[in-house]
Design a protein around this ligand. Structure first.
Ligand code: ARG
Length: 277
C-alpha cells in the first residue's frame, strides 16, 4: 500500500497549441504512421478540443497557432521550438514535409516579442527537449537517435545557457524524447527506461533517483506523452497504470482521450508547446 506523502502544487503555464484542421496521414515518418489507415479529421478535432478545454479548465493560458493547409502534422505544436527563460531556440525539422512549420512558430514568437534564435542544427523543439527548472539549478534533457542531431544539443546549451544532458533513444517507436520521458514537476520526471541506451538509462537513474518508471503498456499507449503543471498531469486516457502511479505519488491524473492523433504518432505533449517566459 502506497501512501500519499506529498501535496503537489500546480504552477500556471502558458501553452501554444494548433488545431488538427488539416491533420491527415499522407506520409509515414515514424512507425506509428500508416498511410493506409484512414484518419477521421472531425474526430481528431473533437478530441483536440477536449484537450484545449482541459488545459483551460486547469487555469492555464492557451495560445492557438492558426493551422496552415497542407501542413498535416502542424497539430504537433511541441516540435516548433523550445523556450527557456524567455529565449526561444527555434526548430529545424528533419523531414521536408514539416520544414515550413518552423517559420510559422517563429512568427508567433516574433509577434510576442520574444528573443528567437534560429538554429543551425536539426532539432524538433520540445519533441526532443525537456526542461526542469529546479533540477540541478535548471537542467535541459535532450534526445537524439531519430530526429534531433546531437550537434543541436550543444547549440541549445550555448543559446539557452543551461546544461544539456544528451540521451540516446534506441527504440524507433519512441522516436522523440517526449514519447518516452516527461517532466512531471520542476525537478522530477517519469520515463520508460528501455526506450534509451543502457548508458543513458544509467545517467537517468543517477540524475533522477525518484523518477516514476512507466510500464511497457503505458509507454506504448503514449502515457509519457503528458503535460504536467506540477500537480495536474494531463495524460492519454489509455495509460491507466501510469495514472495510478502518479496518483500514488501525490499528483492528480487528468485523463484525456486523444486516440485519433496516435495515427500520426503523437499524443498530448506532442500537441502542446510550453512557453517559458
Ligand atoms: N507525425 C509527426 C512526426 O512524425 C508526429 C510528431 C509528434 N510530436 C512529438 N512531439 N513527439 O513528426
Amino acid at each position: 500500500m502506497v501512501s500519499v506523502t506529498q501535496h503537489r502544487m500546480p504552477r500556471k503555464r502558458t501553452y501554444l497549441i494548433c488545431p488538427p484542421e488539416h491533420f491527415a496521414v499522407e506520409y509515414a515518418i515514424n512507425p506509428w504512421m500508416d498511410t493506409a489507415t484512414p484518419v477521421d479529421t472531425e474526430l481528431a478535432l473533437k478530441q483536440w478540443t477536449g484537450l484545449r478545454e482541459t488545459l483551460l479548465s486547469l487555469g492555464h493560458e492557451v495560445h492557438v497557432l492558426p493551422p496552415e493547409p497542407g501542413l498535416r502534422d502542424m497539430v504537433f505544436a511541441a516540435n516548433g521550438a523550445f523556450s527557456v527563460d524567455g529565449t526561444v531556440y527555434g526548430a529545424r525539422f528533419k523531414h521536408p514535409q514539416r520544414t515550413a512549420e518552423a517559420a510559422l512558430h517563429r512568427e508567433f514568437y516574433d509577434r510576442l516579442g520574444w528573443r528567437y534564435v534560429a538554429p543551425s542544427e536539426t532539432n524538433e523543439g520540445e519533441g526532443d527537449f525537456a526542461y526542469l527548472p529546479e533540477a540541478y539549478g535548471g537542467l535541459v534533457l535532450a534526445g537524439y537517435g531519430y530526429r534531433t542531431d546531437p550537434a543541436a544539443h550543444a547549440e541549445a546549451q550555448e543559446v539557452l545557457a543551461r546544461p544539456v544532458v544528451s540521451l540516446h533513444l534506441t527504440d524507433p517507436r519512441f522516436y522523440h524524447l517526449d514519447t518516452a520521458l516527461a517532466s512531471i514537476d520542476d525537478s522530477n520526471i517519469a520515463y520508460f527506461p528501455t526506450a534509451f541506451s543502457s548508458a543513458s538509462q544509467t545517467v537517468l537513474r543517477q540524475l533522477f533517483p525518484d523518477a516514476i518508471v512507466a510500464a511497457d503498456a503505458d509507454a506504448l499507449a503514449f502515457g509519457l506523452n503528458l503535460v504536467s503543471d506540477g500537480r495536474n498531469v494531463v495524460l492519454p486516457a489509455e495509460a491507466t497504470g501510469l495514472a495510478k502511479q502518479l496518483a500514488a505519488a501525490g499528483y492528480r491524473p487528468v485523463p484525456v482521450e486523444l486516440a485519433e492523433l496516435k495515427k500520426g504518432g503523437g499524443s498530448i505533449k506532442c500537441c502542446v508547446a510550453e512557453l517559458r517566459p
